[in-house]
Design a protein around this ligand. Sequence first.
Ligand code: G3P
Ligand code: CA
Length: 394
Amino acid sequence: MTQGAQARPGRRTVLGAAALGAAAAGAGGAAGTAHAAADRPARRGRGGYRDLPYPTVIAHRGASGYRPEHTIGAYQLALDMGAHVIEQDLVPTRDGHLVCRHENDITGTTDVADHPEFAARRTTKTVDGTSMTGWFTEDFTLAELRTLRAKERIPGVRPDNTLYDGRWTVPTFEEVLKWADREGRRRGRPVWLHAETKHPTYFRKLGLGLEEPLARLLRRYGRDGRDAPVFLQSFEPSSMQRMARLVDAPRVVLLSGAGTRPWDFTEAGDPRTVADLITPAGLKWIASYAQGIGPTLDLVIPKGPDGRLGTPTTLVRDAHRRGLILHPYTLRNENTFLPADFRRDRDTTTPGTDPNGYGDVFGAYRRYFATGIDGIFTDHPDTGLLAAADAVQD
Ligand code: G3P
Ligand code: CA
């Protein structure tokens, strides 16, 4: 499936949003669901991200359900599957290069522990208030990091992916930009990226601010304009405010659980929590420097004590009313990651649910897409694309 095949005029509606809302209401209520799609900001023909296919499928760390995350192999597979946007998480090396890792602790996603020459680099640090022991990107030069090989993060859940352990290095963001340019020329259309600054306050205090080198790279590769094929994202609002002063590329503020506080707020003594940011006033504040939010899926449809999806919140409607798009995270095929009502038992002869087996993820997509979200992060972009195609109608 290609991105071109997914592109569509703007009058499609979420398939059966009202009907799905009514069905959900019968199972616990769905106030606001049927209104969400209608409230969506105007889309097609306005350029840049507004012209992306809807709903937009964002390959979370690449096609990380099938390949070790944040490798060129994972990004390539996602693109070949037809993912609309490919995500990178960014952390720095000691010499200030941006590399693609979800954490600066690279113990779980590289073979660093097998390198005796780096044994003494193992250390304990406090990152954003959490103590962790391992090997950290900021203690390695890029040349040193290049000697490592990437491996599967969750081999217990995804044992087949270990087949690819050691095949790829840790990519720099510049390598990804070059790869995206190359693939874009080959395909005759831009390859969209979604780049997240990780722990920006922590790194700035180390003298390794992320935003300036990121802006330099975006300018060098022509992705700094408002219609550039890239989203910038962070859990720390001040990082997106800083990026807004450096480049015009669209920005997304990530939102964790309602009771959590962004780390930059904690450092600055700002008492606001995510609960404050998802109020109308909080969303208005975000809209003053960002184009979207990336909430955890639980902020869109909370789960009950039984782990089953409950009643959608008004977040989609409230964000759309302030012109913000929504890219919630993260939907995965495996039972262990799905809401309880979408886990599937193995078969009649083997009772019980295999946590690593696939559940009814299409059912979960239907519920989430019915809220009117603009896109979604997923480890399995091929599945997400099928669900996205199901979700729209002319
Ligand atoms: O950036 C969207 C999503 O990836 C946020 O979660 O922790 O996987 O970066 P995380
Ligand atoms: Ca991310």
